[in-house]
Design a protein around this ligand. Structure first.
Ligand code: 4NP
Length: 163
C-alpha cells in the first residue's frame, strides 16, 4: 500500500492492555460494520495488547458471550503489540484508554508513528465517555457498556475514514 495515496485503503489496529476484552470486541464490531457499510475503505483490521499476559488465548469468555448476543463473532487470538512491525504496518493505531495511548506513545520512536496513535473515544461523536473502561474485574454490565461505546465509536471511525 502506498501511504501517500489518499485513496489507499487503510489498515486499522485496535489496542488495549490484555487483548482479550476491549480490543478484540472493537475488532469484531468494526469489521462487521465495515462489511455492512464501507468495506472499500479498509485493507486490514487487527487487534493487539500491550502486556502480552494472554498471548495465544481466545478472548475472555464473558466478552465473547455478550458480543454474541448482539451478533458479533469474536474470533481473535491475543497477541502482544509489536512496535517493530505494527507502527509501520498500520495507518491507525487506536488505544482504548489514556493509559494505552500513553504506553503506545512511549513505544513510538518517530513522529510519523506517534501521528498514527489515537484513542477510540476520539471518534465517538457526542458520547459521554473519554475512554473505553476496562471490564475485566467487573460484571456483565461492564462488558455491555464496552459494546455500547465501541458501536458508536466504530461508526464515527468509519465516518472519519470516508472523509
Ligand atoms: P483488556 O482487559 O485490556 O480489555 O483485554 C484486560 C484483560 C486482562 C488483563 C488486563 C486487562 N490482565 O492484566 O490480565
Amino acid at each position: 500500500m502506498n501511504n501517500s495515496n489518499k485513496t489507499a485503503r487503510k489498515r486499522v489496529l485496535f489496542v488495549c492492555l490484555g487483548n482479550i476484552c476491549r480490543s478484540p470486541a472493537a475488532e469484531a464490531i468494526f469489521r462487521k460494520r465495515v462489511l455492512e457499510k464501507g468495506r472499500d475503505i479498509i485493507e486490514e483490521i487487527d487487534s493487539a495488547g500491550l502486556n502480552g499476559y494472554h498471548n495465544g488465548e481466545m478472548a475472555d469468555s464473558r466478552m465473547i458471550r455478550v458480543a454474541q448476543r448482539r451478533g458479533y463473532n469474536i474470533t481473535s487470538i491475543s497477541r502482544k503489540f509489536n512496535p517493530n512491525i505494527d507502527f509501520d504496518k498500520f495507518d491507525f493505531i487506536i488505544g482504548m484508554d489514556d493509559f494505552n495511548v500513553k504506553e503506545l506513545k512511549n513505544l513510538a520512536k518517530k513522529a510519523e508513528h506517534i501521528s498514527k496513535i489515537s484513542k477510540m473515544t476520539d471518534y465517538g461523536d457526542g458520547i459521554s465517555y473519554n475512554a473505553v473502561p476496562d471490564p475485566y474485574y467487573g460484571g456483565d454490565e461492564g462488558f455491555v457498556k464496552v459494546l455500547d461505546i465501541l458501536e458508536k465509536c466504530s461508526d464515527g471511525l468509519i465516518t472519519k475514514l470516508r472523509l
